[in-house]
Design a protein around this ligand. Structure first.
Ligand SMILES: NC(=O)c1ccc[n+]([C@@H]2O[C@H](COP(=O)([O-])OP(=O)(O)OC[C@H]3O[C@@H](n4cnc5c(N)ncnc54)[C@H](O)[C@@H]3O)[C@@H](O)[C@H]2O)c1
Length: 328
């Protein structure tokens, strides 16, 4: 199938593009390179540099590519902390960009959509691990913007006959040897710890060591980006058969911040100093996904259930590309 991948020059979108092409799909990437990198886009993908805010660009894209069969929508503002300072960048722009995309795609006759949604929908979970029946309590304007888009999809299904899957990722991590994570600013734990291993930072800050967890640091569920890509492909293949779906996506296992740092020390063989800093507002103690539904319904099986293997894949990319894509 020919697929439009928005944000296909970014971290998860570029790796999913590569996996889609390996699985025999054709890919058109739309990205404005706000965060993404031209060098991350698979050479066999068609690259369109453009912005989802630009409706004429979207109309032109669908006119030029009349045989697009589905959309994977990664492009978004993604920073929880920034969304607390600039809420409308998220509540307005993330929503309007998705609405523009759906409007143009509906006019072009496309009806399949996979959304990058988030664990930030579950700020106050009543059960752990968190399954799809958990009540939605967005933890930030970022999370709320993803919920808005989930609701947009609900109405586009009812009114225009779309089929969609919302994949609520927990902590995406890991890399391919030649495509990896290169965000500016970087906010994710594993690349930050590896920057310390590379001597680019003095120490890693651990925000709070007095949570009610094994060692007092926050517990999160780390899921390899290749496994996220695999889930996208399975979800796409199941859309026509099963109809619209919402899945929580994680390994189902939680690791503390200190356990992640220790895994990075083991894998890199480097000391990696850490300093304990005050808790950050709004960080829940524990977030672990139940991915039983996607395992049961789609047969999804993570290829990287093991934290050391995840870190090793990230270390390979960061060691070989210490300056990210800027280093060539
Ligand atoms: N990284 C995670 O742990 C995580 C967890 C949960 C959900 N997500 C979601 O997954 C998706 C991908 O995350 P990522 O870490 O790869 O982010 P990323 O920033 O690396 O990728 C997003 C891409 O979208 C592009 N983009 C942004 N706004 C655009 C616009 N208006 N028009 C065209 N392109 C635009 C950026 O240039 C970038 O290449 C995002 O929607 C994010 O919210 C990520």
């Amino acid at each position: 199938m020919k697929l439009l991948v928005t944000g296909g020059a970014g971290y998860i979108g570029s790796i999913t593009t590569a996996e889609l092409i390996h699985a025999g799909h054709e890919v058109v990437v739309l990205d404005n390179l706000y965060q993404g990198h031209r060098g991350a886009v698979h050479p066999r993908a068609t690259f369109v540099e453009g912005d989802l805010a630009d409706r004429s660009c979207l109309a032109q894209l669908f006119a030029d590519q009349p045989d697009i069969g589905g959309i994977m929508h990664f492009a978004s503002y993604t920073l929880v902390g920034e969304s607390m300072a600039q809420p409308l960048k998220y509540l307005r722009d993330n929503l309007v960009n998705a609405a523009n995309l759906l409007e143009a795609a509906t006019a072009a006759g496309v009806r399949r959509f996979i959304l990058s949604s988030t664990a930030n929908l579950f700020d106050d979970p009543e059960r752990m691990p968190i399954d799809e029946d958990e009540r939605i309590v967005p933890g930030s304007p970022y999370g709320e913007s993803k919920f808005f888009i989930e609701r947009l999809l609900h109405w586009f299904e009812r009114i225009h006959g779309w089929r969609f899957a919302c994949l609520r990722y927990f902590n995406a991590c890991g890399d391919l040897p030649d495509i990896g994570e290169d965000h500016d600013p970087e906010t994710h734990l594993i690349p930050l710890v590896l920057q310390v291993a590379l001597g680019q930072r003095e120490a890693i800050a651990v925000f709070g060591d007095d949570y009610p967890t094994r060692d007092g640091t926050c517990v999160r569920d780390y899921v390899h980006v290749v496994d996220l890509a695999g889930a996208h492909i399975l979800a796409l293949e199941a859309l026509d058969r099963l109809g619209s779906r919402r899945y929580n996506l994680g390994n189902g296992q939680g690791y503390t911040v200190m356990e992640v740092i220790q895994a990075c020390r083991r894998v890199t063989g480097r000391p990696i100093p850490h300093v304990v800093a005050p808790r950050r507002a709004g960080d829940p103690a524990t977030l672990i996904a139940s991915s039983d539904a996607i395992r049961r319904e789609l047969g999804w099986q993570p290829r990287f259930p093991d934290l050391d293997a995840i870190v090793a894949s990230a270390w390979e990319w960061h060691r070989e590309h210490p300056r990210g894509y800027a280093g060539g």
